[in-house]
Design a binder for this molecule. Sequence first.
Ligand code: FAD
Length: 579
Amino acid sequence: MGRSLAVVGLGPRGLYALECFAAQLNLQESTDQWLLTLFNDSEYPGAGPNYAPDQSALNLLNIPGREVPLPRRPSTSGRVSIPEFPGYLEWQDEFSVVDRLGYDVFPTRASIGRYLHARFNSWLEAWQSSHEFTLVERAVMSLDTSDDYVVLVDGAGKRYAKLTDVIFTIGHQPETDDDSMVSWERFAKGSTDCHLVKHPYPTKQFTKPEIFTNRAVAVRGLGLSMIDTVKALTEGRGGSFKEKAGERLAFEYTPSGREPSQILPFSLDGLPMAPKPANEAIDLQFALESSEQTLLVDVLSSHQELHDGQHLRELIIDTMAELCANVYIRLGAKCLTMDESQEEVVRIVKKWFQDESFQHVGIVSHKICTHAALKVFMAMATGHALVSIDYCAGQVWRQCQKMFYRELAFAREERTFLAPFIKLDQRMKRYAFGPPVDSVARQLALENAGLVRFSVAEDPVIRPDDNHWILIGRDDKVVADVMIDTVQASPALKRTTSDIVASLVHDNLLESINDVLGAKTQRDGRIPIDHRAQSKVSIAFVGRLAIGNVIEADALMECFGPALESWATSLVSNKRPAH
Ligand SMILES: Cc1cc2nc3c(=O)[nH]c(=O)nc-3n(C[C@H](O)[C@H](O)[C@H](O)COP(=O)(O)OP(=O)(O)OC[C@H]3O[C@@H](n4cnc5c(N)ncnc54)[C@H](O)[C@@H]3O)c2cc1C
């Protein structure tokens, strides 16, 4: 039987889809004849734009080298021979995982991209020695389906017919502008001096043009992309950091003279991300004991007995409050508050999980300024300050994420079941997905140098005025001539504007779980097309726009996971009905 598979999108997920496909062809000794068509509209297949090897070396992965989730690819042979490929740490020779201070080194995203691109090339070279393939370096814009085949249409209008199986691994897609963006764009278009940057990547766009020199630049977002943007506007424009003598992680910034006059980051809540623990020893303080891990897995796997998603969220909050309190009490003399009993800590953590604005002396207050919050989190991350309850709970949460993601994937038929918990997990990313301490130390040095200013960081009122924007915060008022949006697109299918997603929605192939989550899919990634009982085609859709079926699909650790293994297993084992 002849089958024709199209893989649309060759980022990390597209790469792993190919690897799983080849492994299954051999494992299941498939007798089908497979034709392969690969589509990708960015430059480095395997890496995708987020790990483009030619991006600035200032852009770091948010995972320490010792934890990079890119293990060895085992060799496979039979229908197709694919060689082994080393894991990232074995492959790279650019850095050691710990620096001279004993702190974790975080790889550059460019280095991760070089690895992924090389791993892709090694796969393709092996595949093409025994099988044909076509690589189309254009975007897929739309599709037509019949009961027998799928037709994909690319950006040049070319049609790729007779496809029997398609998987979309298309990652980030553009989304509708929100009201603020619409009004900023209108204003910038009508102004002679104001400049709006709607997307911060590639950050090289910030290093050259003179439009940034001596201009006041407002930056929407306080997340990882803001950090990349600020680095590009400073070090990327020729400035340099020098470590202060005798002080760990304290820098002095020497400007090049080509920087903006001021950089003004802001967000809706003004809350910065907490840096990751500086090294393994500090990190291990937040680890659960194996009996505690077993307890958590047991609780998570009992989800079938629960009434609804709200109960799931409450059950996890109760369990995590107990576990976080255990870890906090084990910190002993290192914890910020020592007067509370275990029961009291459980109560505090629980309240804080339920309500982010809950205040307590053991929790870093939302009322302190962004600068002070960054400083105190940095001191905790390096073991130089007593650990607050929220920082502790955030790090315990990080260590449990893999268990949440594995145990709760496709937990229920009704996909909104996971929604309340996903909201909490997204909130906890402020602690769990934080940057390296080194990046935070540099931000603070830029603030000391008067370049970065957090005085309007918390939900400023923003008004256009003549030829600039005025940002009014609680205690300060500033003007900006440039506005950069660093907030990443949400994974909400309903907000996505790309042609291919519109086409899938139009054909009733994709259906949103709700207003803020992705599309409904099956455990093997396939889109349910039950309404077409005659259909012989399989169409799968995985990644960030399928969040809701799973808790998380964005992080690198989830790209090389069970979702694609399960897709490949059912792809190869599901014979096409012959009618
Ligand atoms: C700037 C940035 C930094 C990040 N940093 C980290 C990090 O440090 N750590 C972490 O864990 N996660 C990080 N992430 C999360 C990131 O989403 C994942 O790690 C990973 O890139 C997801 O892989 P993917 O293959 O699903 O999607 P992508 O990497 O987005 O790849 C999708 C591919 O599909 C192609 N494509 C899209 N549409 C079409 C189409 N219509 N036709 C043909 N091809 C198409 C794209 O060109 C791309 O090559 C980051 C994300 C961003 C945006």
